[in-house]
Write a protein that binds this ligand. Structure first.
Ligand SMILES: Cc1cc2nc3c(=O)[nH]c(=O)nc-3n(C[C@H](O)[C@H](O)[C@H](O)COP(=O)(O)O)c2cc1C
Length: 195
């Protein structure tokens, strides 16, 4: 699949078939993540591939409910997580992305006003991975609304790492519908912000 086509046609998929996904395809997805750019090539990302149904069920329990004014609803991706064959959990080693040569763990350690760039670097890897999944005919949905500490416990993520995001991977059982995007004129400017 051509790159622009992949970027434009990738959708968040929230309904999956139960068909298995073979290891080669998962490996290609991980490989796409591995080749993402990162701060000073520090590659803070770590990926946990979950296929075990019992672990999957525990992960589903960590999804946060969405609060509406009058009630709470399940995370829209919760149903998808129950049936999908594979979930990839993305973790980050803390304290290396964005860091200079200051003492590790201190604020002075970071080069920019943004501090630790782990969210940024893992996001680059995640985007590569979801596009690689889509290019292979697989669906994904990035999930951020979950109890990360609980996921860390379930997967035995060690100290010094944070769980950032997770995404199911499986054969889509729906045509994703594209939510609208802002017009370029609203988000891209010439020479000066807002112009
Ligand atoms: C950082 C991040 C967190 C997200 N968390 C969730 C989530 O918890 N549950 C969910 O159903 N979708 C989640 N999404 C998916 C977005 O809702 C979706 O990407 C957006 O509506 C645009 O739709 P599209 O991906 O089909 O283009 C998340 C996306 C991102 C980038």
């Amino acid at each position: 699949m051509e790159l622009f086509e992949a970027i434009k046609t990738r959708r968040s998929i929230r309904r999956y078939k139960t068909d298995p996904v073979d290891d080669k395809k998962i490996e290609a997805i991980l490989e796409a993540g591995r080749w993402a750019p990162s701060w000073a090539n520090t590659q803070c990302w770590r990926f946990v591939v979950v296929r075990d149904a019992k672990v999957r069920a525990k992960l589903v329990d960590t999804l946060m409910k969405i609060k509406l004014p009058d009630r709470e609803i399940p995370n829209p991706a919760a149903a998808a997580m129950n049936t999908v064959p594979v979930i990839i959990v993305v973790c980050a080693k803390i304290g290396i992305a964005g860091a200079g040569h200051g003492s590790p763990g201190s604020k002075a350690q970071y080069v920019t006003d943004k501090g630790d760039w782990f969210m940024f670097d893992t996001a680059l890897a995640v985007q590569n991975m979801v596009l690689a999944a889509h290019a292979q005919g697989l669906g994904t949905v990035i999930i951020g609304a979950f109890e990360a500490t609980q996921v860390g416990k379930i997967l035995s993520v060690p100290e010094g790492y944070r769980v950032v995001a997770l995404f199911p991977v499986g054969m889509p059982d729906q045509e994703g519908k594209a939510p609208p995007r802002k017009e370029l004129s609203e988000i891209a400017f010439k020479d000066k912000f807002g112009k």
